[in-house]
Design a protein around this ligand. Structure first.
Ligand SMILES: Nc1nc2c(ncn2[C@@H]2O[C@H](COP(=O)(O)OP(=O)(O)OP(=O)(O)O)[C@@H](O)[C@H]2O)c(=O)[nH]1
Ligand SMILES: [Mg+2]
Length: 217
């Protein structure tokens, strides 16, 4: 649930990049740090890594001011994918306003993807998030590698769900902004319902998405 401080005229939105170990969650945030030209953009904080493995989490803060003057701040987090760090994953997921699930497209990672997605649903329940209502997008990363599951098969697998599926090569910066955009849309809709972004703050869906995804100038 976003943190709305009426006095400070500030809305803080938490987005979480979730998924199995080494699927490319940190890489997504590193690319966004390079690509985004959002009005406010902080440093990418990468905490406690060991051989590329996130031990705690990464955090990228971005933000912009709405026409009403409301400061809209985002905190983009990654969870550590390794199975042992479940306590940290749960803590990072707590109060999330939206989740980008980063799956690894390689065939031999299918089981890890499935287990991590189950873990996401389970942890959402544990921290009091209604998984049904949670804005969620699924990214299939590492499309540049050989031995990947075909697009048609992936789309068929997710077709019965309401979640958008985005294909990406995060290491090349492909599909990274598209994934964030696909997540920002349902996030806006749920926040607008709670905080009247459009009527109270002059902030439309396109204004919201465009202000975050503005290119580097
Ligand atoms: N070939 C290829 N490699 C990628 C891609 N995205 C990420 N990688 C590589 O995969 C490895 C793991 O990426 P990370 O972003 O650290 O993965 P993570 O999901 O944060 O991993 P944990 O922190 O352990 O959960 C790194 O060596 C990346 O360079 C991609 O699109 N293609
Ligand atoms: Mg990581």
């Amino acid at each position: 649930m976003a943190d709305y401080d009426e006095e400070a005229r500030r809305l803080v939105i938490k987005l979480v990049y979730y998924g199995p170990a080494l699927s490319g969650k940190t890489t997504n945030l590193m690319q966004l740090h390079e690509m985004l030209g959002t009005e406010l953009k902080g440093d990418l904080m990468t905490l406690e890594t060991q051989n590329d493995r996130t031990l705690f989490f990464d955090l990228l803060p971005v933000g912009f001011r709405a026409p009403s003057g409301l400061m809209v701040k985002f905190r983009l987090f990654t969870v550590p994918g390794q199975v042992i760090h479940d306590g940290t994953r749960k803590a990072v997921l707590s109060r999330a306003d939206g989740v980008a699930f980063i799956a690894d497209s390689q065939k031999n990672q299918s089981l890890n993807n499935a287990e991590s997605f189950r873990n996401l649903a389970e942890n959402a329940g544990r921290v009091g998030i209604s998984f049904e209502d949670l804005p969620l997008v699924v990214q299939y990363n590492k499309r540049d590698l050989p031995g990947i599951v075909e697009e048609e098969e992936i789309l068929a697998r997710w077709s019965s769900t309401k979640w958008p599926v985005i294909f990406a090569s995060a290491a090349r910066g492909e599909g990274v902004k598209e994934t964030l955009e696909a997540l920002l849309r349902p996030v806006y809709l749920s926040l607008d319902a709670d905080f009247d972004l459009e009527t109270e703050h002059g902030l439309s869906l396109e204004g919201f998405v465009g202000s975050v995804l503005k290119g580097e100038t």
